[in-house]
Design a protein around this ligand. Sequence first.
Ligand SMILES: NC(=O)c1ccc[n+]([C@@H]2O[C@H](COP(=O)([O-])OP(=O)(O)OC[C@H]3O[C@@H](n4cnc5c(N)ncnc54)[C@H](OP(=O)(O)O)[C@@H]3O)[C@@H](O)[C@H]2O)c1
Length: 291
Amino acid sequence: MEVGFLGLGIMGKAISMNLLRNGFKVTVWNRTLSKCDELVAHGATVGGSPAEVIKKCTITIGMLADPAAALSVVFDKGGVLEQICPGKGYIDMSTVDHETSIKISRAITSKGGHFLEAPVSGSKQPAETGQLVILSAGEKALYDEAISALNVIGKKAFFLGEVGNGAKMKLVVNMIMGCMMNTFSEGLVLAEKSGLDPRTLLDVLDLGGIANPMFKGKGPPMLQSNYALAFPLKHQQKDMRLALALGDENAVSMPIAAAANEAFKKARSLGLGDNDFSAVFEVVKDLKRSS
Ligand SMILES: NC(=O)c1ccc[n+]([C@@H]2O[C@H](COP(=O)([O-])OP(=O)(O)OC[C@H]3O[C@@H](n4cnc5c(N)ncnc54)[C@H](OP(=O)(O)O)[C@@H]3O)[C@@H](O)[C@H]2O)c1
């Protein structure tokens, strides 16, 4: 099966490498074209624009930074819309709000193309090993057509119905994750400031009912101020912002998420946006220092 891939950031590169490893032919495009080189070394071919990739492939996947990037790749000159047509499908895996996803879906289907949104839960390592959780919604026929690729990309693909439901589900998940990361950071600081060994706290957490892979994986490096990049903090803050907007729309009060968003915003203002999202720990440490 030949698959197109637009966007070779942390996630796009890992997913397309995994597709290549599993025998898919992959044609890639990235705004910064030099990022295609490593994929080419592993057998990928390059398209000169999103439109060229769409022209070549029956199914193309996008994995872009944010709503502005996802829209640009579809609507701008040389974009997806120029070549999408009946028989061709576009699957957007970017984390965006439901309005962005619906806008893209309408534009593609108005040209006779097929659309599926499919944001993913899971980070760099699950992307490398095909262990993502896929939150798809949109055209079921495209989901069925792409299922062999989705099964390589993820350990589980959900089909959630109409376009927008995948985007909403992803934002709810990441809103919870962002709150958890802040609470976890506060707990680590509280343990230390009250005379406990935070490494012992990690052991205690890991044996109890709130044990989870995020605390287990991120905790030890955080205690060494090591924020090795897997999920950029700037994207986590974007997800908090979009989740809060979803809360506004539905009149859902989310004071904890709002506070977590402020901490991620503060981290961005300190220049930590390109670090892993666990770097919000630096903000929490700083707040406790100044209180
Ligand atoms: N990293 C994770 O753990 C993770 C997990 C789940 C979901 N996500 C979501 O997946 C998406 C990608 O995340 P990532 O971590 O791979 O991000 P990333 O490393 O920052 O990559 C972003 C990608 O978007 C492209 N891009 C940015 N602005 C663009 C524009 N205006 N036009 C065209 N392309 C543009 C970048 O191209 P350049 O190379 O030219 O900058 C790059 O290919 C985001 O929506 C993120 O929230 C990430």
